[in-house]
Every structure is written in C-alpha cells, then in structure tokens.
Design a protein around this ligand. Sequence first.
Ligand code: ACO
Length: 325
Amino acid sequence: MKKVGIAGVGEYLPKNVLTNADLEKMVDTSDEWITTRTGIKERRIAAKNEACSDLAINAAKDALKDAGLKPQDVELIIVATVTPDSAFPSVSCLVQHAIGASEAACFDVSAACAGFIYALVTAQQFIAGGTYKNALVIGSEVLSSVTDWKDRNTCVLFGDGAGAAVLKPVTSGGIISTYLHGNGSLGHLLTIPAGGSRMPAGQNTIDKRLHYIQMAGNELFKVAVNVMAEAAVKVLADVGLSVKDVDCFIPHQANLRIISAVAKKIGLEEHKIYLNITRYGNMSSASTATAFCEAAREGKIKKGDIVLLDAFGAGLVWGACVIKW
Ligand code: ACO
C-alpha cells in the first residue's frame, strides 16, 4: 500500500457576514448568549446566486493551485456535503465540469459534519491501493439553505463555506492513521425530516417547516464529547501515539464548549487546538476542511508535526485521522 499525504489545501468563504448583532434583530437571542454558549461571533452566508457547487469550485481551484496540479490531471473528485445543489447531478460532477477535470471519477459523500474526514479517508484508500494517483477532496456546505431562520435554538449555530485538499502519494509521513464509526440508532437527534423519499416536498411539509434542520442540542452535545474523545484516543493509539504527541488538533467546529470538553477529557493542551468557529460558526463538512486549510496556511502546522482531525455529525457518524505533516 502506498503512503498518502496532503499536496495542497484551499478554501472559499462567501463574502456576506452575519453577526450576532444581526441575529438579535431576527430572533429572540443576544450576542452574550451566543458567545458564551457556543463561542460563535459571526458566520458567512452564501449569496442568493451561490449554491454548494459554487463554493466547492472556488475551494477546489484554490487547492489545485496550492498543490500545483492541473485540473486535467485530477483523477478523483469527492465532495462531502449534506447541502448539494440538488439530489443529482452530484456536486462533484458540477465541480469536475466547472474546473475542467475531464479525466476524474466523481462522487459525493454524505456524512454530515464528519464528511470531510470520511471523504479524506475514502480518497486515501483509492490512492493507497493504486487505483488513482491523486484526489481532490472537498467539504462544501450552504447550511443557510436548510436553517430555520425563525428557530433560535438552531439558527445561531450554522454558516456556509468550503474547504478542499489535494491528496497524492508521499514517500514518508502523510495520513498515518484513520478511524471511522457510526451509530444509526441516534439518527433522530439531528435530522432534516422532509424533502427526501420518506417525506417528499409538499405544501404540508413546507407549512410545517420540515425542510429545516431539527436538532436535540443537549443530547447531541453529550454524545459529541464522548465520541470525539474516543475517536481521538483510538486513532492515535492505533499507531502507538498518545495525546501528548499531537502538535495541532483540528476538531469539528460545532460548539466551543464541545471542543473544550473534548480537550479536557483527553488531556490535550488548549493552545494546540485550531479554531475558526468564532468567525464561521458550524459549517458541517466545511468546518474541518477550512480549519485544516487555515491552520496550514497560518503556519500552525510545521514539517514533522502530528495533526489530529476529529469530527462528529448527523447520522450519527464520527471519525478521526492522524496526519504526519
Ligand atoms: N438565544 C437565547 N436563548 C436560547 C437560544 C438562543 N439562540 N437558544 C436556546 N436558548 C435558550 C433555550 O430556550 C433554553 O431556555 P429555557 O431554559 O428557558 O428552556 C436555554 O437557552 C438553554 O438551552 P439549552 O438547549 O440547554 O442550551 P445549551 O447550553 O445546551 O446550548 C446548544 C444549546 C448551543 C444548541 C448546545 O446544546 C449545542 O451546541 N449542542 C450541540 C449542537 C451540535 O453539535 N450540533 C451538531 C450539528 S452538526 C451537523 O451535522 C449539521
């Protein structure tokens, strides 16, 4: 099996900023509540003419440039998303066409907030096994399109964005450990009830606001802390590492209190955590993707560092990945 590493990273954030002060005018909330309960100050919102693929295309171009890879040489495109432009064609096909990656295989992955890690691990398998020589992996979401802007329990949490990475074989280091897991019995904690084959769109589903995210926040919070902590310890132990060996921790950015609780539970020093939740909120699969990109670009990850990616999301699913930079 070939070793697989990161050849480039990229991101795209919509220009429109929605602050906590803006939300105060939309629902019964306050900057103080949102800041202390979640750590979020502002989030980006896609423009009216921007869909998931538009964000993904921009992040893809940024990552390809960073990797020095021509679109026509891309062999595999995987997009992790739960907010595709439409059920089909897949976002990865839309990206392929837009960037001119005519030789690439394309598919989307649905693993909600753990989507970027699921997609990274999937791409790694294809390259490690020799099927493809490279892969473009993207996490892209327009969560604003499935957010109920009248529900203060959820609307303060989410934002839009996209992050990407290019994977290639490496001679040493790279992705050294991976762990994916799921528990479908907890799926009811986080759902979008309508719009699929179980409950197709109709006037009734629209009237009942069933096309928006519904979430049992408290229960999710506890599960998230436990599974992210468990995944972190396991994925490190699998390659003989411990939490002390981690140089940069890139968690899913759902809630600052979840991230702090995970760090405390596994004994990770706070200064090793990379955060962008304050600026972007929870962007599902795009959260770990953009945080990874920004940590690399800001020099928070240095050659030889041990980087730990760790996320959970709707499904429920969770996963972690260790990268030697
Ligand atoms: N502004 C003001 N008050 C609010 C707001 C708000 N925006 N939202 C809720 N409240 C109120 C509640 O109504 C409640 O009031 P009550 O006590 O009078 O009933 C009070 O604040 C406390 O509510 P809790 O739900 O207990 O607040 P909590 O501290 O648990 O924080 C939160 C809520 C932020 C949602 C937290 O539970 C959380 O982050 N959960 C995890 C969310 C998550 O990880 N989601 C994953 C999504 S990932 C994906 O796949 C898309």
